[in-house]
Design a protein around this ligand. Structure first.
Ligand code: CP
Length: 304
């Protein structure tokens, strides 16, 4: 039995296969419509979510399976003090696979260690968000035709943004990747990523504060929201929340085939006027998220 805690749990070859399945699902939806007949997905979300929870549920429903679960800690027995370890033992009696989001780093891993069913990390604190990374890789591969030989700018909250940490870990395995980190001093990428992931693997990168200074160099711009829920004080959040706003004027500085991704939700960091630019692909990204989660469910249930 396999779980998914980090994008590194799959080799590059396994990720390729997962994306191939997702591409096939996109083209041949009917072929997959009953592959999960009789199977049940549990979504155990201790933190708010729109995309991740609903795309998992939609994925399972499109595969012919059924879903159950809870959308907040308050609506489960976690509110009475039940541990994650006990909860997953219970969920293992009701479902065949579980997607779990939790505010504490490592909680889905604790669950996996006690589970009788595959557990998928659907985001743990500021740590990892592997299925968002699968979505991001699928989007880049589908729209750019490749995953290597690119300059990727990651902009915004690089300290608390778990999607950023997961994506760096995944992309470092492809040749010719060059990162540009764009953040205020207070929201720089953590040392454990800079030293243990980038320096140790000789991955080229630079850090800048102004987006305008690097806009023309980028093949991909990955925008992120400042993570309000991870700040210790409101004052710092208010000071930093609108540090970056991507506008039409800034898009004019970019390459004609540059692409803007965003894991969403968006707050103010991308002006809505950018949505009509064909290089803004963050809503297409959401659709790829469902296909790749369908492929993941089938893979972890060993149905493909
Ligand atoms: N991208 C993402 O994780 O969105 P949700 O928080 O809405 O699931």
């Amino acid at each position: 039995m396999r779980h998914l805690m980090s994008p590194l749990d799959f080799s590059v070859e396994e990720l390729d296969r997962l994306m191939d399945i997702a591409s096939d699902i996109e083209k041949n939806r009917d072929k997959y419509a009953h592959m999960c007949d009789g199977k049940v997905l549990a979504t155990c979300f201790y933190e708010p979510s729109t995309r991740t929870r609903l795309s998992f549920e939609s994925a399972m429903l499109h595969l012919g399976g059924r879903v159950l679960g809870f959308a907040s800690a308050d609506s489960s027995s976690a509110a009475k003090g039940e541990s994650v370890s006990d909860t997953i033992r219970i969920i293992s009696c009701y479902a065949d696979i579980c997607a779990m989001r939790h505010p504490k780093e490592g909680a889905p891993m604790v669950a996996a260690s006690k589970s009788r069913i595959p557990v998928i990390n659907a985001g743990d604190g500021g740590h990892q968000h592997p299925t968002q990374t699968l979505t991001d890789l699928m989007t880049i591969r589908s729209l750019k035709g490749q995953l290597g030989n690119m300059t990727i700018g990651l902009c915004g909250d690089l300290k608390f943004g778990r999607t950023v940490h997961s994506l760096i870990n995944a992309l470092k395995r492809y040749p010719g990747i060059n990162f540009i980190f764009i953040s205020p001093e207070e929201l720089r990428i953590p040392d454990y990523i800079r030293i243990d992931v980038l320096d140790r693997n000789n991955i080229p990168y630079k850090e800048v504060i102004k987006l305008e200074d690097v806009m023309s160099e980028l093949d991909i711009l990955y925008m992120t929201r400042v993570q309000k829920e991870r700040f210790f004080n409101e004052e710092d959040y208010v000071r930093l929340k609108d540090f970056y706003i991507l506008t039409k004027e800034k898009m004019d500085m970019a390459k004609k085939d540059m692409m803007v991704l965003h894991p969403l939700p968006r707050v103010n960091e991308i002006s809505v006027e950018v949505d009509d630019d064909p290089r803004a692909v963050y809503f297409k990204q959401v659709q790829y998220g469902m296909y790749i989660r369908m492929a993941l469910i089938l893979t972890l249930l060993e149905l493909v």
